[in-house]
Write a protein of this length. Sequence first.
Length: 262
Amino acid sequence: MSEPSASLVTVRGCRVRLMRGGEGAPLVVLHGASGAMWLPFMDKLKRNFDVIAPEHPGFGQSDTPDWLDNIHDLAYFYLDFLAELKLSGVHLLGLSLGGWIAAELAVRSTARLASLTLAGAAGLQVGGVAQMDTFLGSDEQRLRAFFHDAKRADELIARVLRPELEDTALKNRATVAKLVWQPRDHDPHLAKWLHRIDVPTLLIWGDDDRLFPAEHARAYQRLIPGARLAVIPACGHALHIEKADEFAAEIEAFIGARQAAA
């Protein structure tokens, strides 16, 4: 199979890095707070989909625009992004922070969406549920908390905590702090608008997610009409890395069932 392409695209004057590979219906992946990477689960999905993975404004090689103040700005940016690329029938997948952005986008408009998948998504406040604060502790401690399997955590740490990546990591961290610091990791107004999401929705979570425990998934399920919940056992927050095969299979089955019913 061909390697994914990498390019810079400009949307409303903001340049963002874009990774893309595969053929089929468009599947747009919004990354989490750790930044944009082409990961093994994307290679699995590109067998059946045109996988489109932008790097958010304020992250990595993408521009940091003056207008970027909050999650809502990214939701509107990605609506413009879908229009700029003339994408329709989009299967939108959001990972953690990207899941929050995807939910905010979908309550504003689902006109270009065919489905929505939120994986370990931030965005909601759930009372009485213990959560790890990702701004406390070292980068290594934070990454270890993403996993149920300590060996998988070791693999990611070796991959991303390298001196040549420090500048990018600091840029990403500063943008994350701007977006989620206060209120921490949620939008107090999001819950009252999730009923507007009118496309098939999959919620996919690891059963040992310490950042946004499964109670967050069930809260999303109560608020999004008809949302389906899949919980992957023996899996932490980084389910798309820790259980890439199961993760990709859940998404393929979900989208495939909807395509068959259409």
